[in-house]
Design a binder for this molecule. Structure first.
Ligand code: GDP
Length: 308
């Protein structure tokens, strides 16, 4: 079975680990969000692509949900000593990834090729594709003006009000090589439990991706990042509200209509079934909180059964 997964960072990493333990990694293509890529100290950082690669390589710091396990931050401390901005946490070994990526990009290598090579060198057999080789940047309008995603999420700790979200550059971006084909050739497309506005939204904003989702013969299934009227973690609730979406599985289904077929929701959201039905989406009830490896695996199995 060929699986294509649309992924953000921390929420996606858990489900992808479960999927990669259930199907051969070679059968898995991950289409990653680059809307929250950032330049830090002159380095190109791709937080979501790295989170996915580190997770599939078994190197992710699972407690934090980002960065490498057993990481140290001595360079960050030294940078603080020099008076540099240090609100974006870059670990010492993590820095190698960003230096390697930045060097290759400056030589003119496309992000998709850099990403594939970084995955290969970490022993990841799954294919990891950025949504686009062209820059698309998520920006949020707040009382302090427009902020990049990292300024909003890391520097401001997602505590400021958001009026508007845009994906700068999306209109002119093209899907990275293999993205449209992966969706079209898959037996199953999985939209990971990621932030619908700032993780999945940028991927959908790349022209051609929604068309591929609408025409694929694959079953398209999403896992809700919303449980019991709130996001499992992070600012998905506030950002969905800013987009005029209800903070519920129905809000998730609305963001993904009309190409979504199945939404996996938590037991406590059973009451959403009729509303999802009206949106043309079939609800599958499961334990969708991935608090340990067993639950990641169990949820991956539920998702894979959605093709039956
Ligand atoms: P980010 O780029 O690090 O924000 O990564 P994602 O967008 O992939 O992950 C954040 C989203 O995942 C949030 O909206 C959470 O509600 C959701 N999430 C995190 N952990 C879980 C989980 O165990 N189960 C489910 N269903 N959603 C989760």
């Amino acid at each position: 079975m060929r699986v294509a997964a649309i992924a953000g960072g921390t929420g996606a990493a858990k489900l992808l680990r479960g999927l990669a333990a259930t199907v051969p990694q070679r059968a898995l293509t991950v289409i990653g969000n680059t809307g929250d890529d950032a330049e830090v100290w002159g380095l190109h950082v791709s937080p979501d692509l790295d989170t996915v690669a580190y997770a599939l390589a078994g190197r992710l710091d699972t407690a934090r949900g980002w960065g490498l396990a057993g990481e140290t931050f001595r360079c960050l401390e030294a940078m603080a000593g020099l008076g540099a901005e240090t609100w974006f946490n870059l670990g010492d070994r993590d820095l190698a990834t960003h230096i390697w990526r930045t060097h290759a990009l400056r030589e003119g290598v496309p992000l998709s090729v850099v990403t594939a090579e970084l995955a290969r060198r970490q022993g990841v057999a799954a294919r990891i594709l950025p949504m686009s080789d062209e820059p698309v940047r998520t920006r949020l309008r707040t009382p302090n003006g427009w902020l990049s995603f990292q300024e909003y999420f890391v520097r401001e700790k997602a505590l400021v009000e958001v009026f508007e979200v845009e994906y700068a550059g999306a209109g002119a971006a093209r899907p990275a090589p293999g993205v449209v084909e992966a969706i079209g050739d898959a037996d199953l497309v999985v939209v990971c439990p990621s932030n619908p506005v700032t993780s999945v939204g940028p991927v959908l904003a790349v022209p051609g991706v929604v068309e591929a989702l609408a025409t694929t013969r694959a079953h398209v299934v999403a896992v809700s990042p919303i449980v019991g009227g709130a996001a499992v973690s992070g600012p998905a609730g506030a950002l969905m509200r800013a987009r005029g979406l209800p903070v519920s599985p129905a809000g998730v289904a609305t963001a993904y209509a009309p190409w979504l077929r199945t939404l996996v929701i938590d037991r406590q959201d059973d009451g959403c079934r009729p509303e999802l039905g009206r949106l043309g989406v079939t609800a599958v009830i499961a334990d969708i909180l991935m608090t340990d490896r067993e639950r990641e695996l169990a949820l991956a199995r539920v998702v894979l059964r959605c093709t039956e």
